[in-house]
Design a protein around this ligand. Sequence first.
Ligand code: COA
Length: 180
Amino acid sequence: MNQNKSVELLTARLRLRPLHEDDLVHIQRYGVIEEFYRYLPIDRQTADDIEVFLKARLADQEDGKQDRLTLAIEPFDVGHIIGTVRLEVQDRKHKQGDIGYAMNLEYHGKGYMSEAVNRVLETAFCEFGLHRVWATVDTENERSCKLLERVGMTREGHLRHDMFIRGEWRDSFLYSILAR
Ligand SMILES: CC(C)(COP(=O)(O)OP(=O)(O)OC[C@H]1O[C@@H](n2cnc3c(N)ncnc32)[C@H](O)[C@@H]1OP(=O)(O)O)[C@@H](O)C(=O)NCCC(=O)NCCS
């Protein structure tokens, strides 16, 4: 499977679909809120930064870029993007990949991201043929740690000062899950 304009994954409540230009206005609305990007390894976000992010992902889709899938999360009963989930093959030979995700704060606490991540992990193992998928998370990002544990990931280690985020060295936990 590769990143293209036709990839669509379904769950009970969600459509995980390619990004569209129309998503920009929604991502800009939630993406500039500090609490949204607090633990993400990116600069303070402006509407322009988000436009650059979306254009890059749309270009990946146009190219049919291999080994990287970034999908919009759209609950059926919401009808627009509420977040994104990414799966990336990092080492084809050793069948290793990683995931990343972020969601509009207004939709926290509903289990949407766990549902999306579970579906993407299934794709990672069954379609991408990966053996191990990892994620790193800021050690203070409790919601994200809980999510990773909820989807069956195991904490493997504590990475000291592996990120320099907005002027500050940060620590991460490394999590992974093996093919089931
Ligand atoms: C990390 C993040 C996705 C977690 O969001 P979340 O809503 O807590 O995660 P989930 O989708 O798994 O939802 C789980 C919560 O929904 C609740 N829930 C409600 N209905 C549910 C249902 N039908 N199914 C499962 N859980 C449900 C769970 O009890 C849980 O709540 P709790 O943590 O208070 O116990 C979110 O905080 C986020 O996007 N943060 C900003 C970006 C970020 O930090 N990304 C991660 C970088 S590593």
